[in-house]
Design a protein around this ligand. Structure first.
Ligand SMILES: Nc1ncnc2c1ncn2[C@@H]1O[C@H](COP(=O)(O)OP(=O)(O)OP(=O)(O)O)[C@@H](O)[C@H]1O
Length: 454
C-alpha cells in the first residue's frame, strides 16, 4: 500500500511538472499572438455576419416592395388590355359608320396612262387626251368627256358629258395611292363584313393592272389583290395583341362562257355542270380551297391562278382576258379573350372586257365569248338597275356572275367598283358607255352592310 501511494505521488509529481511546463509554453508570446489573431478573426466574422444579416433583411423588404409593384403593374396591364379591346370595338363601329356614310356601292374611276407607242412623234399626254377633262390631283371626283359635233346649221359645237364619282384617278396615279383609298374596305373584311371590289371596263383599260398588277410585278406596282393580302396579314398580326386570331382560306375561280372553272385545281379546264337554284352556290364552294397561313402561300396561289387563267387574243388587245376572275378570301376570326368570333369575306373580281360586239370585231369562238361576256355584264346592269329601283324581284339568276355576286350586291356587303377607262380618243364611245354604266352603279343604294359576328 505504501509502495502504491509512493508510486502515485510520483505520477502526480510528473504530471504536475508537465502541466507547469505546458502552462509555461502557453504563456509564451507565440501562442499568445496566435490566440489574439484567432480572437480578432472571430470578432471580424461576427461583424460580417451582422452586416450580412442587415443586407438580407433590406433585400427582403425590397422583394416585398417589388412584388407589390409587380402586382400593381399586372393589374395596370390587364386594365390597359381591356381598354385596348374596348377601343378596338369603338374603332370597328366608327369605321363602319364612316363606310356607311360613304355609301355602300362606291365607284372609283381610273384612267390608264398612255402607253409607249400611244405617245409617238414626240407627242405629250395633253396632245392626245383632248376629249377628256381630268382632275389634276388624286383627290378629284369629276371627269368630263367632250365631243365636237356638227350642229343642224353646220357649225361645230362641243358636247360635254360630265360625270361624278367617289374618286377619279388620272393616269399618273400610282397603285399605292389607289390602295390607300381601299385599304379601309379591306380592313372591314377583317372586322367581319362581306366586301366586294370589282373592276369594270373595256379590254385594255387597265382592269388586270389595277387588280393584280403588270407582268413585271414588283413591290411598287403590285395590284389591289396582293396589297390587300399583305395588309390582311400585317393587320392580323397586330390584332393578335388584342386577342384576335385569324384563319384564312382562299379560292380563285373563273367564269368563262357561262361556266365556272377552278383556277387552283390541277385540271386546267375542270368544267362544272350548270345547276340551277341553290345547287349552284354549293358548286362554287366545292372548288379548291387553300389554307393561307403565310404570305408566301398567297403568292403561290396567285401565281398558279394566273397561269391557269384563260387568255385569248382579240382585235382589241393581244393578251385579252376573256373571262371574269373571282378571288375570294374567307377570314375567320376568334378573340381568345372575349370569345367573340367574326367571319369576313373579301371578293376581288377582275371582270372580262366590256367592249361592244361591233368594236371587238369578233367572229366564231371569239363571238361566242363576247356574247357570254356581254350577257353576264348586262345581267349585272339589270341587277343593279333593279336594286336602284328597289324592285321586289332582283334577277340574280340570269347569269353566273350575278349569282356569284348576289351576296355582294344585295345589301349585305360593302361594294366598290373600279371603272377603268382608256385615255384614247378612239375609245370615246366605249368610255362613254362605261361611265354611264358606272353612274348607274354609283346611284345604287343597297342598304346597310351587316357584320357577321357571334
Ligand atoms: N396604270 C397603269 N400604269 C401603267 N400601265 C398600265 C396601267 N394600266 C394598264 N396598264 C397597261 O395597259 C395594258 C392593258 O392593261 P390590262 O391588261 O390591265 O387591261 P385589262 O382591262 O385588264 O384588259 P382585259 O380586259 O383584256 O383583261 C397592259 O399592258 C398594262 O400593263
Amino acid at each position: 500500500m505504501e509502495e502504491m501511494t509512493a508510486r502515485l505521488k510520483e505520477q502526480i509529481k510528473t504530471s504536475t511538472g508537465a502541466v507547469e511546463s505546458m502552462t509555461e509554453k502557453l504563456q509564451s508570446s507565440e501562442a499568445k499572438t496566435a490566440f489574439l489573431a484567432l480572437e480578432s478573426d472571430h470578432g471580424a466574422l461576427k461583424d460580417k455576419l451582422k452586416s450580412t444579416e442587415g443586407t438580407l433583411s433590406e433585400r427582403d423588404a425590397l422583394i416585398v416592395q417589388l412584388k407589390a409593384k409587380l402586382e400593381e403593374n399586372a393589374a395596370l396591364i390587364a386594365e390597359l388590355e381591356s381598354k385596348i379591346r374596348e377601343e378596338e370595338m369603338v374603332r370597328r363601329k366608327l369605321h363602319n359608320t364612316i363606310q356607311e356614310l360613304k355609301g355602300n356601292i362606291r365607284v372609283f374611276c381610273r384612267v390608264r396612262p398612255l402607253l409607249g407607242n400611244e405617245l409617238q412623234d414626240g407627242k405629250k399626254t395633253e396632245d392626245v387626251i383632248t376629249h377628256m377633262k381630268l382632275p389634276d390631283s388624286n383627290s378629284g371626283k369629276e371627269i368630263e368627256l367632250m365631243q365636237v359635233q356638227e350642229s343642224a346649221n353646220g357649225k361645230s359645237v362641243t358636247k360635254t358629258y360630265p360625270f361624278n364619282f367617289d374618286m377619279v384617278f388620272p393616269g399618273s396615279t400610282t397603285q399605292s395611292v389607289i390602295f390607300e383609298e381601299i385599304s379601309q374596305l379591306v380592313q372591314s373584311a377583317l372586322d367581319g363584313y362581306p366586301v366586294c371590289i370589282f373592276a369594270y371596263g373595256q379590254t385594255g383599260s387597265g382592269k388586270t393592272y389595277t387588280m393584280e398588277g403588270p407582268d413585271n410585278l414588283d413591290e411598287s406596282n403590285m395590284g389591289m389583290i396582293p396589297r390587300a393580302v399583305h395588309q390582311i396579314f400585317a393587320t392580323a398580326a397586330q390584332l393578335k395583341e388584342k386577342g384576335w386570331e385569324y384563319e384564312m382560306e382562299g379560292q380563285f375561280v373563273e367564269i368563262y362562257n357561262e361556266s365556272v372553272h377552278d383556277l387552283l385545281g390541277n385540271a386546267r379546264w375542270r368544267d362544272t355542270v350548270m345547276h340551277s337554284g341553290a345547287d349552284m352556290r354549293i358548286l362554287f364552294w366545292r372548288h379548291t380551297t387553300v389554307i393561307l397561313d403565310t404570305p408566301g402561300k398567297v403568292t403561290a396561289l396567285l401565281k398558279k391562278a394566273s397561269q391557269n387563267r384563260a387568255v385569248a387574243a382579240t382585235m382589241c388587245n393581244e393578251r385579252s382576258s376573256r373571262s371574269h376572275s373571282v378571288f375570294t378570301l374567307r377570314l375567320k376570326g376568334r378573340n381568345r379573350i372575349t370569345l367573340e368570333t367574326s367571319e369576313g369575306l373579301l371578293n376581288l373580281i377582275d371582270l372580262a372586257g366590256s367592249e361592244r360586239l361591233s368594236a371587238s370585231g369578233a367572229t366564231g369562238e371569239r363571238l361566242k365569248e363576247t356574247q357570254a361576256i356581254n350577257k353576264s355584264l348586262s345581267s349585272l346592269g339589270d341587277v343593279i338597275a333593279a336594286l336602284a329601283n328597289k324592285d321586289a324581284h332582283i334577277p340574280y339568276r340570269n347569269s353566273k356572275l350575278t349569282y356569284l355576286l348576289q351576296n355582294s350586291l344585295g345589301g349585305n356587303s360593302k361594294t366598290l367598283m373600279f371603272v377603268n377607262i382608256s385615255p384614247l380618243p378612239e375609245s370615246f364611245q366605249e368610255t362613254l358607255c362605261s361611265l354611264r354604266f358606272a353612274t348607274k352603279v354609283n346611284s345604287c343604294h343597297i342598304g346597310t352592310a351587316r357584320r357577321v359576328v357571334k
